[in-house]
Design a protein around this ligand. Structure first.
Ligand code: AMP
Ligand code: MG
Length: 522
């Protein structure tokens, strides 16, 4: 098998787009450039904690020399022939234009050709860049484990995502104030190497639009289409509109996936939305446990809950509107952009309905009323049902007897049984209608249930699971990182050997920092 370092270097972003002429690594505004060349810092004692064997397998390569791999993936040694760089972007954060942001702690260390396509490799936490503002450019083990495990889990859940290749502990300690309340703690530093065909975000376009730099805006749009949307054709106003429409469709599809698996991104700022429609930047994300559309894991957003589960589709549309504003100078007409944005709402309603029907194993979508789905979601919310377990249990529900359905409700609810029972009449009405539709569709039972099991994962990376892995890793035991990585390779499979992870959130995790409460500190 070929070694990963034998993959050919194929720079496009850094060879085709304008570079920052300055190479001094100090925080500053970088104008008229897409990126700045910058070197990672050298960590004290890099230690390879984990790497994604499945990613290497997909690429058909191996790691011949672990030491060399660790040196490169920690930033100590460069990819031969590649000049590392950080990207310039801006963004709207929590609804406000925030100006230049950029890769403050991400450094692209390679662009490689893999299986006939081009992939970018980026180290997160490898030191400051011109975009670091007042921060240190570093990342801690806690947030790196969360990014590493969740990227790979998302991929296996069939949710579009950037991937994670390696997780390295740097040997340096990094000060962090987790809850922003003055309690600074020294935490172990870490670096994740993540990969993606592109790390371009909505904010990469917004920064040029905000600076009225139409030339570079056009450069970047043309580059993006040429490399990532080439089927849309050569640059023209029509192609730019098709490009925007395609980004809208991909973003919509991404959010549908998030809603399907109960993922809450937590910081859907425009600098965290990928132009390819991938999940990117795993910060204070979380997984819905009791079905509460108002829930957000991000304590920084606790007051307005802008990024709550149920608001993700609206925020996606809001962000797409900012992208439309950024692309406007190239199109010079508002109406076609507005029409595409209006289409989002219609398509979302339609696709969300189909997705929810899939989750309950009904496939004649147009025969299922919106009311049935609405009532289901409302019942799940008021009776505090664990989302993952509820949908998985009904994916093996054979008897269709009310008595048995009640057992599922009891198994899934976080409520006291006495309280839950008061919601049974509502559930009974819903169940009657649901059963009628299932019987009318008359699909062979096994094939219906098998299909449901491919829509409703059995295992997701619940916050408390990641937190347990983090606590062990902080004392040098990486066994749980490995166990969760393995478990989440096959989230739709029964995996009876891992059945302890098919359980509701334990009581202790309900109000624990790192489990239900996460901040942007990372
Ligand atoms: P995030 O909300 O984590 O996506 O980050 C928003 C912006 O802050 C991005 O420009 C990041 O690069 C930057 N940033 C976050 N943490 C750090 C850090 N420790 N050092 C430098 N920049 C950072
Ligand atoms: Mg970010």
């Amino acid at each position: 098998m070929k070694d990963i370092f034998s993959l050919p270097i194929a720079p496009s972003f850094s060879s085709e787009l304008p570079a920052d002429p300055l190479t001094t690594n100090v925080s500053r505004q970088v104008k008229s450039s897409c990126f700045s060349f910058v070197k990672p810092i050298s960590p004290a004692r890099p230690e390879l904690i984990h790497y994604s064997a499945s990613l290497l397998k997909e690429w058909n390569v191996g790691i011949e020399n672990k030491k060399e791999f660790t040196e490169v993936m920690s930033g100590n040694k460069s990819f031969l022939g590649f000049r590392p760089y950080a990207m310039c972007y801006g963004g709207h954060q929590f609804g406000q234009w925030a100006g230049q942001l950029g890769d403050g702690r991400a450094i692209n260390i390679a662009e490689l050709e893999v299986n006939n396509s081009l992939l970018k490799f980026q180290l997160k936490g490898a030191g400051p860049t011109p975009y670091s503002r007042r921060a240190d450019g570093l990342a801690v083990l806690r947030s790196s484990i969360r990014e590493y495990l969740c990227s790979e889990a998302m991929h296996n859940l069939r949710v579009p995502t950037t991937r994670a290749l390696s997780l390295i502990k740097t040997g340096d300690m990094v000060p962090r104030d987790i809850l922003y309340n003055g309690n600074v703690r020294a935490e172990p530093g870490a670096i994740v190497c993540r990969t993606s065909p592109s790390f371009i975000r909505f904010g990469n376009f917004e920064i040029f639009a905000s600076r009225q730099d139409k030339k570079n805006l056009t450069n970047l749009v043309d580059y993006t289409i040429k490399h990532h949307f080439k089927e849309l054709g050569s640059p023209s106003k029509t192609t730019y509109l098709s490009f925007f429409e395609e980004v809208v469709n991909r973003t919509l599809s991404l959010v549908i996936h998030w809603q399907r698996v109960g993922f809450v991104h937590g910081v859907m700022n425009t600098d965290n939305l990928s132009i390819l429609g991938l999940t990117i930047d795993f910060g204070p994300y979380g997984w819905l446990e009791d079905y509460n559309p108002g829930w957000t894991p991000n304590t920084t957003d606790a007051q307005h809950r802008r990024y709550r589960f149920g608001n993700q589709p609206n925020v996606a549309l809001w962000n797409l509107t900012q992208l439309a504003n950024a692309l406007y100078p190239l199109i010079d007409e508002a109406e076609p952009l507005e029409n595409i944005l209006t289409g989002f709402k219609v398509k979302y309603a339609h696709q969300s309905h189909s997705m929810m029907c899939n989750k309950i194993g009904l496939y004649s979508f147009d025969k299922v009323s919106d009311g049935l789905i609405y009532t289901l979601e409302e019942n799940l919310r008021v009776s505090e049902m664990d989302m993952t377990i509820f949908f998985r249990e009904i994916s093996s529900f054979e008897s269709f007897k009310w008595q048995d359905f009640k057992l599922i409700l009891k198994q899934c609810s976080y409520m006291e049984e006495s309280e839950l029972i008061s919601h049974f009449p509502k559930w009974k009405d819903w169940f009657k209608e649901y059963k009628k539709l299932v019987l009318t569709e008359n699909i062979e039972k096994k094939s219906r249930l098998d299909k449901m099991k491919l829509t409703n994962p059995k295992y997701v990376l619940r916050n408390y699971m990641a937190q347990l892995a983090i606590e062990k890793a902080e004392i040098g035991d990486y066994s749980l990182v490995d166990e969760l990585y393995t478990l989440l390779q096959n989230p739709y499979d029964e995996q009876p050997e891992f059945k302890k992870w098919y359980a509701k959130r334990p009581e202790w995790a309900k109000q624990k920092v790192g489990c239900s409460m996460l901040s942007c500190s990372s």
